[in-house]
Design a protein around this ligand. Structure first.
Ligand code: NAD
Length: 434
């Protein structure tokens, strides 16, 4: 019998699961779980538990604005499944954030931690806000307000947040400081992605992009794709996209198309990823970078010819309506959920080698885990140690997915689900949850 099941009377529509939308990311998660459960022949109670978060927190966050008024923001924290260890997952600040986005992202964190075989569960947080319109002081007060609300439900052994879209090391520092005030002692390991001076790990900033690069390198080996001169297109040029582009460029790839919130550009001669990152760090967006090339339609940039396509912005970018025109050799999903389920089979039929999101972007959480380990020991590793250990984890995870796909003759995403869900289900079974 399931111990943590929701009572049947709970109306999930009332708490934000919008009904029939094919693009609702949480519905997508549930369909993916159902598909894996069928192949793995999961116990029905384990299957049902995996379809829902174990617990979630909703909070109203009053923030004193610079003009003296008070605004109330809505924040969430979802602890999806902690059978394999404390929940782990980032916090996003976004005006379009929804509880279903957070649930879906928390589920993907669960599979991701299991896939890279680190002893953590999955969680995620979000605040509905538009950080571009907020001052540093307002952002600090919002970050502290969030921790005041959820600070008793997180911790090194419970749930460990980290940065995600529109949050960064400074925001993590404010949060860890607020947590220390609340509890009366420093516990740096409660949050990862912190600045180095506050217990951050070397190698965290570029970890997700580095992990992505490592999986592309492994895929290229399997497929005999020469990365020297390989054309790449990157959508989203923030933390993940910019580091992925820089590190793939170091392997010889040529950045021929980029997009971000400010527009899209293509340049067949190649765009210098390092110079573009410096520009974006200074100006906030790609717009205004002189050698980005000619402007192109933001949607159409994904359809330009290339060997490597890296969606590293938002979810639902590759859909039924545009997938037939998207034909890279390797699709490296830096973002979470960039491909909708109905687009997946078309990619597969067209011979696109998909590195699914929760494998491709697992480098960040892997180095976050390294950060927690270093915090626990209060002893810090050098950069080559971080890089070596990350490489081992990513290569092992890539191989487990590739082998599962070959063995069961399924596409990579389902193979990744099979590896991850099998591991989570096994932990739940051993704990006696069903
Ligand atoms: P970020 O805020 O640093 O960058 C996001 C980028 O996406 C920006 O360049 C922004 O301009 C662009 N963008 C936003 N809306 C867009 C639109 N409509 N069209 C095109 N571009 C748009 O965020 P990030 O940390 O790089 O995260 C990007 C994705 O990677 C997210 O899906 C996130 O969940 C995922 N991810 C991040 C990490 C991490 O360690 N940062 C780890 C795993 C997964």
């Amino acid at each position: 019998m399931a111990r943590h099941n929701y009572p049947e009377s709970v109306d999930f529509h009332a708490v934000g699961v919008s009904s029939d939308s094919d693009l609702n990311p949480f519905r997508i998660v549930q369909r993916q779980v159902d598909e894996a459960a069928e192949v793995l022949k999961l116990d029905p109670a384990i299957h049902e538990l995996l379809r829902w978060p174990l617990r979630e927190f909703h909070a109203s966050l009053p923030v004193r604005m610079d003009d003296g008024t008070t605004r109330v923001y809505q924040g969430f924290r979802v602890q999806y499944n902690d059978a394999r260890g404390p929940s782990k997952g980032g916090i996003r600040f976004h005006p379009d954030e929804t509880i279903d986005d957070v649930r879906a992202l928390a589920a993907w964190m669960t599979w991701k931690c299991a896939l890279v075989d680190i002893p953590l569960g999955g969680g995620k947080g979000g605040i509905i806000c538009d950080p571009r319109t907020m001052s540093q002081g307002e952002l600090e007060r919002l970050s502290r307000a969030y921790i005041r609300q959820i600070g008793h439900n997180i911790g090194l052994d419970r749930d460990v947040p980290a940065p995600d879209v529109n949050t960064n090391a400074q925001i993590m520092a404010w949060m860890v400081d607020e947590f220390a005030f609340m509890h009366g002692y420093n516990e740096f390991g409660v949050i990862t992605g912190k600045p180095l001076a506050l217990g951050g790990s070397l190698g965290r900033e570029d970890a997700t992009g580095r992990g992505l690069m490592l999986t592309v390198r492994e895929a290229a080996k399997k497929l005999n794709v020469d990365l020297k001169g390989a054309r790449m297109i990157v959508q989203g040029f923030g933390n993940v996209g910019s580091w992925a582009a820089i590190l793939l460029q170091e392997l010889g790839c040529k950045l021929v198309g980029v997009a971000d919130v400010s527009g899209a550009w293509s340049n067949p001669d190649g765009i210098d990823a390092l110079a573009l990152q410096a520009h974006v760090k200074e100006k906030g967006v790609i717009q205004g970078f002189a050698s980005a090339g000619k402007p192109v339609d933001k949607e159409a940039v994904l359809e330009l010819p290339c060997e490597i396509l890296v969606p590293a912005a938002l979810h639902n970018q590759i859909r039924k309506d545009n997938v037939a025109r998207i034909k890279p050799r390797i699709l490296a999903e830096g973002a979470n959920g960039p491909t909708t389920p109905d687009a997946d089979p078309v990619l597969y039929q067209n011979g696109v080698y998909v590195i699914p999101d929760f494998l491709c972007n697992a480098g960040g959480v892997t180095v976050s885990y390294f950060e927690m380990v270093q915090n626990a020991y209060n002893f810090y590793w050098d950069l080559p140690t971080v890089h070596d250990r990350l490489e081992q984890k990513m290569a092992a995870a890539f191989d487990s997915v590739h082998e599962m796909a070959q063995t069961y003759k399924v596409h990579n995403r389902l193979a990744a689900y099979l590896v991850a869900i099998h591991r989570v289900a096994e932990a739940m079974r051993l704990r006696g949850w069903a």
